[in-house]
Design a protein around this ligand. Structure first.
Ligand SMILES: *Cc1c(COP(=O)(O)O)cnc(C)c1O
Length: 358
């Protein structure tokens, strides 16, 4: 059995759109794509009058080196959000198939599934936000085509152990594609699951430049999987998913000096995460600061709503995650610059002082 047997049959046989850029690129006179012959005003020699390369070789090369894989194992799109959507559409038949998620977790898995009219099977994380492997495996039915694991998890910040990922991967062989979302892995001490792809053909890993690589605005996300899965996803991808200015920005970020800057900022976040955790944990009104391997902290408050409002009045917006199961008293606070973090602490300190005086 091939992992492609899990995919929608009509996607496997689909004749993909053949773009002008794919049919013929690199000639001197390009009259095959109805582009303008003139660069737009302010183009800065980017060449935006031409359609971009669907999967630019230089970007694939840089990402393959970064993630330690072959280019055939990568597909680059508009953030990991696009990869999530494409995976759901390629593997789930509307009204028949299902995905499994572990709440509280990232919202886009369920949104993409619902858009496709795939069922969403929820297997709650354990009380300490670790993965409940037996419950997860018990939920696997023949309808389940995708299982999403988020590590470190958003919004709890907790990582899934490599042993658990492997246990799930072993159990899902021949049954479902396991999708490990590593949007925050750069902030964690845990190793990536990418090296397991060689052993499990039904394993896919999502990586992004949006968080640690400071490129949320450029929308560059990567699906890492075995070449068969990559080939399938490329068939249904938009013909030109990557805007030229975004590719240029990504190449600068991934250059040697860009990598030095990214690693410095990751180190600052990790340092600040410890300082913030300790400072927040010592404040009255804070019930708990969840241990986080990501660039945010989930913080339980006696009155999360009041804290949210007070921060907002001070011009600071954090994420209210009280609608998530197990997090009814929680705000998710991104680790910012040392100055920004100090502002958060100052506002919270002032709030508790006022309370003591009142
Ligand atoms: C932010 C986030 C993403 C989305 O990343 P993009 O690459 O910007 O689309 C994916 N997964 C998780 C868990 C996230 O928190």
């Amino acid at each position: 059995m091939s992992v492609l047997d899990l995919a929608r049959p009509e996607i496997r046989t689909l004749q993909p759109y053949s773009s002008a850029r794919m049919e013929a690129g690199g000639a001197q006179i390009m009259l095959n794509a109805n582009e303008s012959a003139w660069e737009p005003a302010g183009d800065a020699a980017l060449g935006c009058n031409r359609y971009p390369d669907p999967q630019p070789a230089a970007l694939l090369q840089a990402l393959a080196a970064l993630y330690g894989v072959q280019r055939e194992q990568l597909c680059v799109g508009r953030g990991s959000d696009e990869a999530i959507d494409l995976l759901v559409r390629a593997f789930c038949r509307a009204g028949q198939d299902a995905v499994v998620i572990q709440p509280p977790t990232f919202g886009m898995y369920a949104v993409s599934a619902r858009i496709q009219n795939a069922a969403v099977i929820e297997v709650s994380l354990a009380q300490d936000f670790s993965l409940d492997v037996p419950a997860l495996l018990a939920a696997i039915t023949p309808a389940v085509k995708l299982v999403f694991l988020c590590t470190p998890n958003n919004p709890s910040g907790k990582s899934i152990s490599r042993d658990d990922i492997e246990r799930v991967a072993q159990a899902l062989a021949g049954k479902a594609l396991l999708v490990v979302d590593e949007a925050y892995i750069e902030f964690s001490d845990q190793p990536s699951a990418i090296d397991l792809i060689g052993r499990y053909e039904h394993l896919a890993v999502l990586r992004t430049l949006s968080k640690a690589w400071a490129l949320a605005g450029a929308r560059i996300g990567t699906l890492v999987a075995n070449p068969e899965v990559i080939g399938l996803i490329r068939r249904i991808m938009q013909p030109y998913p990557l805007p030229l200015p975004c590719v240029t920005a990504a190449l600068v970020a991934l250059s040697p000096s860009g990598q030095v800057a990214a690693r410095e900022h990751i180190a600052i976040v990790r340092e600040q995460r410890v300082l913030m955790r300790d400072a927040l944990a010592g404040l009255p009104g804070v019930r708990e600061v969840l241990t986080s391997d990501a660039n945010f902290l989930a913080v339980r408050f006696d009155d999360a709503g009041a804290v949210y409002q007070r921060l907002l009045q001070a011009g600071i917006v954090v994420r209210d995650v009280r609608r998530y199961p197990k997090l009814h008293d929680t705000l998710r606070i991104t680790v910012g610059t040392p100055e920004e973090n100090a502002r958060v602490l100052a506002v919270l300190n002032e709030m508790t002082l006022n309370k003591v005086q009142a």
